[in-house]
Design a binder for this molecule. Structure first.
Ligand SMILES: Cc1cc2nc3c(=O)[nH]c(=O)nc-3n(C[C@H](O)[C@H](O)[C@H](O)COP(=O)(O)OP(=O)(O)OC[C@H]3O[C@@H](n4cnc5c(N)ncnc54)[C@H](O)[C@@H]3O)c2cc1C
Length: 399
């Protein structure tokens, strides 16, 4: 038996790719190493309304735990910038239920699902890919015309296909814990040396429980867990609201900066495996789903039409880059510039943004999936006159 498309990994990217491939008439198998979809969770579960829509699902009570409409951004000196989107901008979700919903949709579309199957190798025999799979402890081989590697940050498929690995990976850590939110319609972000190179967050599940976490660049003085312990035990804002007990712990890598190449003969790489993650927020669901749809379509058509050459599959990379490449590139420049700012510079910038005209602009044009849109508006001389030099330098460096 030879499949048209085998998708490795049943996260949001894999399920979306499998669903799309099956919808084009391909015989699809999705392989997941765990016994259960959606666990373990390595995510805060904050999804923009656009991310949920990109996955073709309605936000219903099943997986949505809370809705948020804005953020309180805390500068290192404690200044708080309130950003109110005015309406629901994002959902706080149960990733377990969300991932299961996406996998069920792939199965309903005709995808076969193999659980507890870990892909350990991939070879090619006369144009057919042979995947070595450890299934329930027994080795087996699965043959397919096309493979989609949606197997996350440590992608086995990208490595075996000779496409390398994402070089830059942030270390993320988070606890779910009792936390008295000032307003559970808002997330809280903490920038500066408390989380070097990225930021810390509290994301309210409800008014009494939040997901408190951070991500940091690798190579800092301390590791992510030390920074989290420090912020939970020493930041006055968090200490006042958090009782220090923990209900859940999440650790994981956040790949930023896409693979140089995401396709080769018979293979496409998508989602975290390909580094298709927003470098500004670490969010990978929206970008992963957008790329997965293209991967599913390209893989199915290539397999069904009998041409799985790299030359043909290059259309996948062209299409995802034309949809997201520019925003990911700008996002990386924002990430690098903001990550290099000192606490004093961040204090100054946040204070200069705490101005009614600027806040109105942020409300109107702020978009967590497309931050470049807001930066362009803020650079307009009419708006940027409110902003100090450090912001102008920031905006010019990233656009
Ligand atoms: C701390 C933290 C917080 C985050 N918060 C957010 C957030 O709020 N919003 C957001 O959008 N994103 C967030 N992310 C990122 C988000 O979790 C990922 O971008 C997203 O899960 C990527 O989906 P994926 O399907 O590409 O990969 P994954 O979700 O990693 O799925 C890959 C799947 O492949 C399986 N697999 C791996 N290797 C094999 C193998 N060899 N054989 C078979 N199966 C295999 C894995 O078990 C897994 O199920 C966060 C990440 C971290 C670490």
């Amino acid at each position: 038996m030879i499949y048209d498309v085998v998708v490795v990994g049943a996260g949001p990217t894999g399920s979306t790719a499998a669903r799309y491939a099956a919808s084009y008439g391909a015989k699809v198998l999705m392989i997941e190493e765990h016994a259960s979809i959606g666990t373990p969770v390595e995510c805060t579960g904050l999804l923009s309304t656009r991310a949920v829509a990109e996955c073709d699902i309605d936000p219903d009570d099943d997986f949505v735990l809370n809705s948020v409409r804005g953020a309180f951004v805390h500068s290192p000196n404690g200044t708080c910038l309130p950003i109110d989107g005015g309406k629901t901008k994002a959902y706080v979700v149960s990733r377990k239920i969300f991932d299961r919903r996406l996998a069920s949709m792939a199965v309903e579309e005709g995808t076969e699902l193999l659980l507890k199957g870990r892909v350990t190798g991939m070879t090619e025999e006369e144009g057919i890919r042979a995947l070595s799979v450890m299934h329930m402890g027994k080795p087996t081989t699965i043959r397919t015309k096309m493979v989609i590697g949606a197997d996350g940050v440590k992608s086995t498929i990208a490595r075996h296909a000779g496409l390398g690995k994402v070089e830059r990976v942030l270390s993320g850590i988070q606890v779910e814990a009792p936390y008295n939110s000032d307003n559970d319609d808002f997330v809280e972000l903490f920038v500066g040396s408390r989380a070097p190179g990225f930021f810390a967050w509290t994301v309210p599940v409800n008014e009494k429980i939040s997901r408190i976490g951070l991500a940091v660049e690798k190579g800092n003085e301390h590791n992510a867990i030390d920074y989290l312990k420090e912020i939970i035990s020493a930041d006055p804002h968090i200490c006042d609201r958090h009782s220090r007990s923990t209900l859940d712990l999440v650790v994981g890598g956040i790949p930023i900066g896409p693979l140089e190449r995401t396709y080769t003969d018979g293979v496409l790489i998508a989602g975290d495996a390909a580094g298709q993650v927003k470098p500004t927020s670490g969010g990978g669901i929206y970008t992963g789903a957008a790329c997965a749809k293209i991967a599913g379509e390209v893989a199915a058509k290539a397999a069904l039409e009998g041409d799985v050459s790299a030359q043909r599959l290059g259309s996948y990379e062209k299409r995802w880059k034309s949809e997201l490449g520019r925003e990911l590139g700008i996002g990386m420049r924002i990430h690098d510039f903001a990550g290099g700012m000192s606490d004093d510079e961040l204090d100054e910038m946040i204070m200069s943004m705490n101005n009614p005209a600027i806040l109105e602009m942020i409300t109107k044009y702020g978009d967590m999936d497309h931050p470049s849109r807001l930066i362009k508006k803020l650079l307009n001389p009419m708006n940027s006159r409110h902003l100090i030099g450090v912001f102008r330098a920031f905006a010019k460096a990233v656009l």
